[in-house]
Design a protein around this ligand. Structure first.
Ligand SMILES: *Cc1c(COP(=O)(O)O)cnc(C)c1O
Length: 214
């Protein structure tokens, strides 16, 4: 299967309104450009080096999303190109965005719905206060919530994580501010995007299922 065939297979299974962020973190610039040629316009990278490398190689109409943990001291390294951040969970990063970035950055708040200790993201109960604390940072344009489901075979367990993120989003959407609008849900990866889409994912982040030519 080519990248194009993989990408089109996924597009055929999901609503047209769902954005597919193709995660290229384990792939070369050449393969990333192949994905661009196949029609991909949203790319995901989780490290500063890879982000800058792919950003430089891709045409201007491609969007490169930062999907990994971002240390506040590294914000300045990508400030010029930061458009979407899927992993906001610390005020220190918000402050750096406010001070270093030229324009607004679309941010997803990462939530650790399953409560696994190994996972990044805010505890469900801490999200409301965090959103409140972001209100003064006008360049931080919160567009929604993001989560990663646990690596388990039990589909019901995965599903409950996505349902809980959606419920949290609905609940907190009532307290919107100018720069806080919970409209999008970033959830679903290669193994569980079909479940995430059923529960309203508007951005799915797919790596291996599109980029691995198997
Ligand atoms: C790597 C990664 C993905 C994609 O994972 P696949 O299982 O390869 O689809 C999605 N989201 C994040 C945050 C990642 O780090």
């Amino acid at each position: 299967m080519t990248i194009k065939e993989n990408y089109e297979a996924i597009l055929s299974e999901i609503p047209e309104s769902t954005n597919v962020v193709v995660v290229t973190k384990y792939h070369t610039v050449e393969e990333t450009l192949e994905a661009y040629e196949a029609g991909v316009r949203h790319f995901g990278e989780n490290r500063v080096e890879g982000f800058l490398e792919k950003r430089a190689a891709l045409p201007a109409d491609a969007h490169v999303h930062f999907i990994g943990t971002l240390q506040s001291r590294k914000v300045k390294d990508i400030s010029e190109h930061l458009e979407y951040l899927h992993s906001l969970e610390r005020l220190s990063v918000a402050k750096k965005i406010e001070n270093e970035c030229a324009g607004p950055v679309k941010c997803f708040i990462q939530v650790n719905v399953s409560g696994e200790e190994s996972k990044h993201g805010l505890h469900v109960d801490d999200v409301a206060d965090f959103l409140e604390s972001l209100k003064p940072y006008k360049k931080v344009q919160v567009v929604g919530l993001m989560t990663m489901a646990p690596h388990v075979d039990d589909e019901g367990e995965i599903e409950s994580v996505f349902v809980k993120l959606k419920e949290l989003s609905n609940r907190l959407a009532l307290s919107n501010a100018d720069n806080i609008q919970l409209k999008e849900l970033s959830m679903g990866m290669s193994n569980d995007y079909h479940i995430a889409v059923r529960h309203g994912a508007s951005f799915i982040r797919i790596g291996s299922k599109i980029m691995s030519k198997e």
